[in-house]
Design a protein. Structure first.
Length: 281
């Protein structure tokens, strides 16, 4: 069987498949190799994933993950999985490749992900052939949960957020400057922590400040990512990611005003990846 993993900044989804069988989808923590150890990856696979799917014989592992685009991180994932499944062939790709294969299958097209982080690229039907570097939430990741959360916290701490909303924010999170700064600069998973505040935007999206805040974030994603592909005319694009899904009406509006036509928008690509790997041996 093939074990498929799709790992983002917050969670990883796993499923074992053959041409005729598939297990249930198992969710675990996000396994970005920049932030977790080999030991953690191995333990998640050994003690959470394999027992939950009844330890089927695994011949291949296809791991699509955030933070997996570089050779060093690819080797880290292979080493961690290989220590648990030494006889399996292990293939590691970026989460963007996973999104493209999950949404586009073998078709060519533009793809973007907007979740805890953000990314985009052009897919030739097999691989990503053009990619504007996302750069992470400190230097980039425009439109993502982490980027929005970072700006939202800054607006709150600097008094830019409208007072009524700021009072609600403080009541919900008990947010104080020292605590926030400590979690951002000394926390274990800062992007996950920061991205969690997007829930506040979702719950208050009818407020003018929140709606315009999200709209501005998506416009920045277009200007600093999609525009750099030098597309002309109306361009079709497939989209995935939790933030894109929760704010899909605003995203569609912003993309449309910039001549990007969303052909598909789903929360995550795991079900598409299952179909892809059943069809492509």
């Amino acid at each position: 069987m093939k074990l498929i993993a799709e790992s983002g900044g917050t969670k990883t989804q796993w499923c074992a498949v053959s041409q005729s069988i598939e297990t249930e989808i198992i969710a675990t923590i996000g396994l970005n190799p920049n932030f977790v150890t080999e030991e953690t990856i191995s333990e998640v696979l050994s003690f959470e994933v394999l027992p939950a799917i009844n330890n089927p014989p695994i011949e291949e592992v296809w791991f699509y993950g955030a933070g997996c685009s570089g050779k060093a991180m690819e080797k880290k994932i292979i080493s961690a999985i290989g220590s648990v499944l030494p006889s399996a062939a292990i293939h590691v790709f970026s989460d963007l490749t996973g999104a493209a294969r999950g949404l586009l299958g073998n078709k060519k097209g533009y793809i973007c992900m907007i979740g805890t982080g953000s990314n985009s690229g052009y897919y030739d039907g097999r691989n990503i052939t053009a990619n504007v570097p996302p750069l992470g939430f400190i230097l980039g990741d425009e439109g993502s949960g982490a980027a929005m959360g970072k700006r939202l916290l800054a607006d709150f701490l600097r008094g830019i957020m409208p007072q009524k909303l700021a009072d609600e924010f403080r009541n919900i999170y008990g947010a104080e400057k020292d605590e926030i700064v400590s979690n951002v600069y000394r926390g274990v998973f800062p992007s996950r922590y920061i991205g969690g505040f997007v829930q506040f935007l979702k719950e208050h999206i009818s407020d003018h400040y929140c709606r315009e805040f999200v709209k501005k974030a998506f416009r920045e994603f277009v200007e600093r990512n999609l525009r750099l592909y030098n597309t002309t005319g109306k361009t079709e694009i497939a989209v995935t990611g939790s933030v894109a899904w929760h704010f899909r009406e605003i995203l569609e509006e912003v993309f449309l005003e910039n001549d990007f036509i969303i052909t598909e928008l789903i929360p995550g690509p795991i079900e598409g990846l299952i179909r892809y790997h059943k069809m492509n041996s």
